[in-house]
Design a protein around this ligand. Structure first.
Ligand SMILES: Cc1cc2nc3c(=O)[nH]c(=O)nc-3n(C[C@H](O)[C@H](O)[C@H](O)COP(=O)(O)OP(=O)(O)OC[C@H]3O[C@@H](n4cnc5c(N)ncnc54)[C@H](O)[C@@H]3O)c2cc1C
Length: 480
């Protein structure tokens, strides 16, 4: 191939132009670059995009397409099995090289390895880069070799790696071929819900795309970061960055975040104690990626072997009540309804609803994980899998199974005025704070005044807390 033949850049979970190492490398060849995104619902199997992710993907691709246009390029959209689409496109445009940023889940690693081999067999060079993590999973090893299973030493090891790589220069211009190959039309992919449009609430809280990602980070660094350590546990406050969907789709990289936060800390603009806790959460994400990379069956199998015999239940009725936010426990229902409305849920509440599913209802953590997969805009195979195993007590560095979250005390502690519950469980909005997390204990006249009739306007608790707790402990005894 001549040096004027085009190179193909394959966008995957890196929908950005800034700090995109593989795109930078493609441009640095000096050859025309053809950027492509493939909507592949075949290769991932169960892990194909969920409904909320599809909404985000549409918006993010729309925004990326505009950015590419401004840079003088065109985003080519194709749909189908990537292992067929990419080689076909390579042939169609006469590409000499293919570039991509690496991915880490089992199906992704296997698919990329196989595609790389088949392209190289056809003498097409493949270059892959790390555009997703601070460090590759295999870069952080225990002293005796092998991956970490406990977060704190992982975090120490990550910090002792030395400098996180510099960000690569932002891309303003991309030279392309004189004629681009044919592209699908984004709207033909029907990624957005129509009948009904259940994503109306998403529009109000999210700005997908690279610009939205950077403004989320800047808004966070302009205020909430200063009290992150405490406020990160308060669902009733704007205490966290809400960067998770942006990070999932790669609209911002953890390397960009790392340097911006560290620079602010060095300049004395962000307290070290707060910024460091925030960066440790970015490191939890790295830890999750390490876990799924080294435990490729983790989305199906419990990491702790003894839990593979746990008597998980399967009950559509119980699962439906949980999904719909009709459990009768206000903090749980608020979380599940926030998920419906915004495609997102606060981390503290993810833990509460997860614990409730697994321990109060004794349902299989995989059922909860798959619901989150479908409904979260930040649904992420690494974070979702690792977090569900963590809350179920069967994962790495997990909360011990017998430590069972009490939904009432969680509510009283982290949503003391009940504002979070009131926002999402509207039928309880007139209840005073004193009773908002325990409506069943409220005096009749208080309920009446607030227009609450238990069992009619709002459900009675679907399980008795004390009994459910005991059932969970009994189930745990059976595998101990
Ligand atoms: C049951 C359960 C399921 C979850 N599923 C997902 C998921 O599918 N996708 C997802 O991104 N996160 C998931 N999390 C982790 C966490 O809840 C979200 O990352 C966080 O709420 C996102 O909000 P934020 O961006 O404002 O977080 P911030 O507090 O601002 O944190 C910044 C970033 O750090 C990372 N992070 C924060 N907390 C964690 C954590 N506990 N584990 C791993 N990374 C973390 C995220 O990338 C996040 O965007 C899950 C947690 C639980 C308990």
């Amino acid at each position: 191939m001549s040096s004027t033949s085009p190179v193909l850049f394959w966008f995957r979970q890196d929908l950005r132009l800034d700090d995109n190492p593989a795109l930078r490398a493609a441009i640095d060849t000096g050859q025309p670059v053809v950027p492509v995104f493939v909507l592949d619902d075949v290769t991932p199997g169960d892990m194909a995009y969920g409904s909320a992710s599809r909404w985000w993907l549409h918006k993010s691709l729309d925004s990326l397409g505009e950015q590419l246009k401004s840079a003088g390029s065109t985003l080519v959209l194709r749909r189908g099995d990537a292992k067929e689409i990419i080689p076909k496109l390579v042939q169609e445009i006469g590409a000499s090289q293919v570039f991509w940023n690496r991915r880490y889940a089992k199906w992704q690693v296997e698919a990329d390895k196989a595609l790389k081999k088949s392209l190289e067999d056809d003498e097409i060079r493949v270059t892959s880069c790390n555009g997703r993590l601070l460090y590759e999973p295999w870069d952080i090893e225990t002293k005796s070799g092998g991956p970490y299973r406990v977060f704190t030493p992982f975090w120490k090891a990550l910090k002792s790696q030395g400098n996180v790589r510099d960000t690569v220069t932002a891309i303003r211009k991309i030279d392309g071929p004189s004629r681009y190959p044919a592209t699908d039309t984004l709207s033909d992919w029907a990624l957005l819900p129509t009948k009904p449009n259940w994503a109306k609430g998403f529009e109000e809280v999210w700005e997908p795309g690279e610009k939205g990602a950077m403004s989320a980070l800047r808004n966070f660094l302009d205020g909430p970061v200063d009290s992150y350590k405490d406020d990160r546990n308060r669902p009733d406050r704007n205490g966290t960055s809400r960067l998770s969907p942006h990070l999932h789709f790669g609209e911002i990289s953890p390397v960009q975040i790392w340097h911006l936060v560290r620079n602010k800390i060095s300049a004395g603009e962000v307290p070290d104690s707060q910024g460091d806790v925030f960066l440790s959460e970015i490191a939890w994400r790295e830890f999750s990626y390490s876990l799924i990379y080294f435990n490729p069956e983790m989305h199906k199998k419990e990491l702790m072997e003894k839990f593979r015999d746990f008597p998980w239940e399967h009950s559509e009725k119980k699962l439906e009540a949980w999904k719909k936010g009709q459990t009768g426990y206000p903090i749980v229902d608020a979380g599940m309804r926030q998920l419906w409305r915004e495609g997102w849920m606060h981390n503290r509440i993810r833990m509460v609803v997860g614990s409730f599913l697994v321990k109060h209802l004794l349902l299989d953590w995989r059922d909860g994980m798959m619901w989150f997969w479908d409904t979260l805009v930040d649904a992420d195979e690494a974070n979702n899998t690792a977090s569900w195993q963590w809350i179920a007590g069967c994962g790495a560095d997990a909360a011990p199974y017998f430590r069972i979250f009490n939904p009432m005390t969680q509510g009283e502690r982290f949503d003391p005025d009940g504002d979070y519950v009131r926002k999402y469980v509207e039928e309880l909005r007139d209840l005073p704070a004193k009773h908002i997390h325990t409506p069943w204990d409220a005096p009749k006249d208080v309920l009446k005044k607030a227009g609450v009739e238990l069992g009619r306007t709002y459900p009675e608790p679907m399980v008795d807390h004390k009994q459910a707790r005991q059932n969970a402990l009994d189930a745990y005894q059976s595998i101990k």
